[in-house]
Design a protein around this ligand. Sequence first.
Ligand SMILES: Cc1cc2nc3c(=O)[nH]c(=O)nc-3n(C[C@H](O)[C@H](O)[C@H](O)COP(=O)(O)OP(=O)(O)OC[C@H]3O[C@@H](n4cnc5c(N)ncnc54)[C@H](O)[C@@H]3O)c2cc1C
Length: 494
Amino acid sequence: MLYDFAIIGAGVTGTAIARELSKYKVSAIVIEKLSDVACETSKANSGIIHAGYDAPSGSWKAKMNVRSNPLYDDICKELYIPFRRLGSLVVALAGQGTDYIEELYQHGVERDIPVEIIKELSQIKKMEPNITDDVEVVLHAPTAGVISPFTLAIALAENANINGVEFVFNAPVQAIENMGKFFIVDTPGKSFQARAIINASGLFADEISRMAGDESFKITPRKGEYILLDKMGDYVRKVLFPVPTKKSKGILVSPTVDGNVFLGPNARDQDSKLDNSTSLHGLDEVIEGGRKLIPRIPLVESITNFAGLRAVSSTNDFIIGESKVTPKLFQAAGIQSPGLSSCLGIAEEVVDAVKASGIELKLKENFNPTREKPIVFAELPWSERDALAQWNKQFGHIICRCETVTEGEIVQAIRRPVGARTVDGVKFRTRVGMGRCQGGFCTPRVIKILARELGVEEDEIVKREPSTKYFFGETKEFRQPRAASVNGSEVARP
Ligand SMILES: Cc1cc2nc3c(=O)[nH]c(=O)nc-3n(C[C@H](O)[C@H](O)[C@H](O)COP(=O)(O)OP(=O)(O)OC[C@H]3O[C@@H](n4cnc5c(N)ncnc54)[C@H](O)[C@@H]3O)c2cc1C
């Protein structure tokens, strides 16, 4: 089949573009190297929808952030994505001066973003009771919000899929042949033909671009490490930023949309695009940074730590639009922060670039903007939980006790469009294993359900990628010989 578009990469950028293109009468396929959507940078970030005052004026980052931020209310309603506009504070401590805060304030005013400078300690403490007493002045931006980045990507992918976009996973693109009127995109199992390519491959966007003949930029990974704390009520109420460093927005403290709290990220350039390990010194740096904002943050509530890699381009900005070297190659590259906040605008911009290139796009009459609302048992009132469990007993069977996730929700996550095929796939769709025990109790039960639903053996179920196996052999399988020789005759081992 000759597709109109091959979108390479299923992070928030690729899935947002897929959904935007699915509004038109086109054939499109998303080709993803890993086993699910949002398995690389889009799964490990701060989950903040930035207000948009931060990036340098005139940059793609600023334009896309400002364009996208207001779009989140409607799309989150349409696609049932939890989203909280809880606002952010940029916190200048005593001795740091007010210049930076005033610069951001000016950006806010020029970009028509609601912002205010607050100097009154009592007013700041009222907003954020546990903030450091060292605070001198803050910039308050009420339109900043928090979202789950993988829920966003999953919802966008589901919606694109029900509107006709195909998805193929475990398909790393290894070569691209430009045939003039179309491209051949090679993956180990299969080749795909497409009239146009959209490069949304994150950390690897320079390599994909090079395969298609455009070597005009390079991507360098920049690691950010995090500590995630358990749910803590309103101990931290807003996204708290420090005065930033040259490389990043600095180590922040923020609630997640699910009510956890995190500290991080730090920022370290590295050579490897694959190493997302955490380190002792990195986490120490995160703790030190977090304590500058919330001095008594209870680290005893820590449940896990993780790291993500920013895709920093050699232009230090997003690269969006048709390649100047390879016609019909459209770039959505170098999408580092604020890429999550910007992905909806980036998707619109890419579609505009497609139109500007002469490709005709006709709107579909029957585009469906929504998806089936996922059942979240833990959020239902008791009466509805009861009724649900009576209707289908799988909703009366709790699999994850920390997050109160039922068998019914797991089955639903597997059976949905672009459904879960791995333990992490179930986790990202249901929050199974995201609580205090981090999957210690529920993982074997999730494996059983996945195997049953997918009609495979339990030892075929993996955490993430084919190499991330749970099962390597049977327990109590001794490596000693099964029989021994006693007085010249062979006896079986007991
Ligand atoms: C520490 C950190 C904190 C951040 N915090 C925020 C924040 O709070 N707010 C915000 O707005 N932004 C934030 N960001 C930025 C945001 O996470 C990214 O901009 C966004 O996730 C990028 O999405 P993407 O789809 O472009 O890339 P990715 O999510 O990396 O997706 C690219 C996809 O392409 C696939 N791929 C790669 N090579 C191939 C190949 N050869 N064949 C097929 N598929 C391929 C990958 O497997 C991957 O799934 C943060 C980033 C980091 C690292």
